[in-house]
Design a protein around this ligand. Structure first.
Ligand code: AMP
Length: 281
């Protein structure tokens, strides 16, 4: 396994691999790898000749006052996990290399970027779309793997790839959870034992909403209210939003019909967590 820090070297390595007819599977991450990331890496390993993982804490997707500085950075540990999973290449550039002082170009996927989390993190998805575009241009993968855990991110990346005719496939894989139901996230590291226990209420609430839909409740407001009530029993948790939206445009559904995404964001103490499920109503 090779760790590459230099952009040109990564581009050159990928170019040579592709010239030899190798299929490159790519998993972009911010590191602090857990089983959620590893599920993407394993799938990439199964589907491709070469697996590349990027580890880069992207400053442009953090809002002012968010956790960019304290975000966990554990490259050695991540590299050991990648090696175990048979990863061929880790691409881990410096911030300065990715964003020179004169960096002026950004990618913004209209509409989708302003919904759900985008309402509370106005610059976040511009940062994500920009860095993912840069990473795609550097790694030149045939297929890139993303988690359903970040449903809005996955929808935005798919739209961007379609709109900008990027020559690769996007695969979105299911959310990996702890036994308690809590979705794995690098940010779970910030939670105390008690907070982590409380946080399990988020997935329970999503499941409650899912059950209500399955039982035939089609009233959006009433489902949201009941779901919120389930979470508000935990005093340390404050819900930022719960929405039932269409999978494609992420707009709230008025009457639940067909497949819908139930998505939420909440603060547990200072930590912001997101989760979602897809329900076929
Ligand atoms: P991050 O390092 O948080 O930027 O995540 C990198 C990739 O891993 C993204 O595509 C995420 O959606 C995915 N991911 C994060 N957590 C999970 C999880 N619990 N299950 C599946 N995929 C995940």
């Amino acid at each position: 396994m090779k760790i590459i820090r230099n952009i040109k070297e990564m581009q050159e390595t990928s170019r040579k691999m592709k010239q030899k007819g190798k299929a490159i599977g790519f998993v972009p991450t911010m590191g602090a790898l857990h089983e959620g990331h590893l599920s993407l890496i394993r799938r990439a390993r199964k589907d491709n000749d070469i697996v590349a993982v990027s580890i880069f804490v992207n400053p442009t997707q953090f809002e002012a006052g968010e956790d960019f500085k304290k975000y966990p950075r554990v490259l050695k540990q991540d590299a050991a996990l990648c090696k175990e999973e048979g990863v061929d290449l880790i691409f881990s550039p410096s911030t300065e290399a990715m964003y020179t002082q004169d960096h002026k170009t950004h990618v913004y996927v209209e509409h989708l970027s302003g919904r759900l989390c985008g309402k509370f993190r106005p610059g976040h998805f511009r940062g994500v779309a920009t860095v993912v575009t840069k990473l795609f241009n550097i790694v030149q993968p045939n297929t890139a793997y993303f988690g359903q855990k970040d449903a809005q991110q996955a929808a935005i990346i798919k739209k961007m790839v379609e709109d900008l005719n990027m020559p690769l496939k996007i695969k979105v894989l299911p959310t990996v959870r702890e036994e308690s139901g809590l979705a794995l996230s690098s940010r779970n590291k910030y939670l105390s034992v008690k907070e982590k226990k409380d946080a399990t209420v988020l997935y329970q609430a999503l499941n409650l909403a899912g059950r209500l839909i399955k039982q035939g409740n089609r009233n959006y407001q009433s489902i949201i209210q009941k779901t919120r009530a389930g979470i508000s029993k935990k005093k340390r948790i404050s819900v930022q939003y719960i929405s039932i939206v269409n999978l494609e445009d992420l707009l709230p559904v008025k009457r639940v019909k067909g497949k819908v995404l139930i998505a939420l964001a909440a603060h547990i103490g200072k930590t912001r967590l997101i989760d979602n499920i897809i329900i076929d109503g």
